[in-house]
Design a protein around this ligand. Structure first.
Ligand SMILES: NC(=O)c1ccc[n+]([C@@H]2O[C@H](COP(=O)([O-])OP(=O)(O)OC[C@H]3O[C@@H](n4cnc5c(N)ncnc54)[C@H](OP(=O)(O)O)[C@@H]3O)[C@@H](O)[C@H]2O)c1
Length: 284
């Protein structure tokens, strides 16, 4: 039995789709806080269990019988360390055979403040003594693709990443990697630094959007505080604006770069090119 938390999320859904290609649905469980969100998976025969990281009592039962558990990091930034602690404790009680955790690229050395919760989780996993494998995911290319409608409307992409090179990959690439790890033997103790085959600066990303759309779009690099204020002015909540601005500062220092090609080796194909993600975003 393979249990996947966050299976109602964007990455989790892609992981389930990958696993369903080679595992009978009845051997897969979606551990989610809102079971109604995955009624489609239940319809395919996937076992659905309620699992809320904030409600430890739901977790042990949700993880029961799991040979392998994919712990997809929570989206509730700031609460993740205690939430993941609940999940790890429950996995231990349930006797889970192996935990795969979606961490952050170079979590042990990353200049991104986001690393703190991931590093705390990695330490908890180490201290638990449970067999585990770290999927240190880089940035999703979709993070930038989401800014394309505003970029076309205003003719500008704002950021604070300078000339930092970003080796992002599509969510589907990271999902394929998670599935590959869950489906193979000998994974305990491994640490995967996962990133895209190609890297680009935000200027190059902007140039690609301009090229494909045929519209004039320019990249404007701002000091971190100004970028954060601009994001807030555009209606983003303070916490998210801070997180994105801090992450751009980390990117400017190379925090989102990796050229090991571990991800493409793991999935047995090249990672999805930036041009393809931009094309898909423009087609929406
Ligand atoms: N590498 C990157 O660029 C990047 C970018 C963004 C996020 N991330 C991290 O990667 C994770 C997966 O990415 P994603 O795109 O799939 O994010 P997502 O679509 O926001 O999915 C987050 C998942 O976490 C679940 N979740 C949130 N709080 C929970 C709780 N208290 N108990 C149980 N489940 C909870 C959500 O459940 P509901 O469906 O019920 O909300 C959802 O299934 C994120 O959660 C975040 O930690 C990485």
């Amino acid at each position: 039995m393979i249990v996947v938390t966050g299976a109602s999320g964007q990455l989790g859904r892609l992981v389930m789709a990958e696993l369903l290609k080679s595992v009978p649905a009845s051997n897969l469980a979606a551990a989610v806080r809102n079971p109604e969100k995955v009624a489609d998976l239940a319809g395919l025969g996937v076992v659905v269990r309620r699992a809320d990281y904030n409600q430890p009592e739901t977790l042990e039962a949700a993880f029961a019988g799991a040979d392998r558990l994919l712990l997809i990091s929570s989206s509730e930034v700031g609460s993740r360390a205690p939430q993941h602690a609940n999940a790890i404790a429950a996995a231990q009680k349930a006797g889970v055979g192996l935990i795969a955790y979606t961490s952050l690229l170079h979590a042990d050395a990353s200049p991104l403040p986001l690393r703190e919760e991931h590093l705390a989780t990695e330490r908890m996993l180490a201290e638990s003594g449970m067999p585990h494998v770290l999927l240190r995911n880089g940035w999703y290319t979709e993070n930038y693709a989401a800014s394309i409608p505003a970029a076309l409307m205003y003719g500008v992409v704002l950021g604070s990443a300078g000339e930092g090179r970003i080796a992002s990959a599509a969510r589907a690439d990271y999902a394929a990697a998670a599935a590959a790890v869950l489906l193979s033997e000998g994974q305990a103790g491994r640490v995967y630094e996962l990133a895209g085959d190609e890297a680009y600066s935000l200027s190059e990303f902007t140039a690609e959007v301009a090229r494909q759309s045929g519209k004039a779009v320019a990249y404007r690099n701002l000091p971190e505080a100004q970028f954060e204020a601009a994001l807030k002015g555009a209606g983003l909540p303070q916490g998210l604006a801070t997180l994105l601005a801090e992450s751009d500062r980390g990117a400017s220092k190379g925090g989102l770069f990796d050229d090991s090609r571990t991800l493409s080796r793991l999935i047995g194909r090249p990672t999805t090119p930036l041009a393809e993600v931009v094309r898909a975003a423009l087609a929406q």
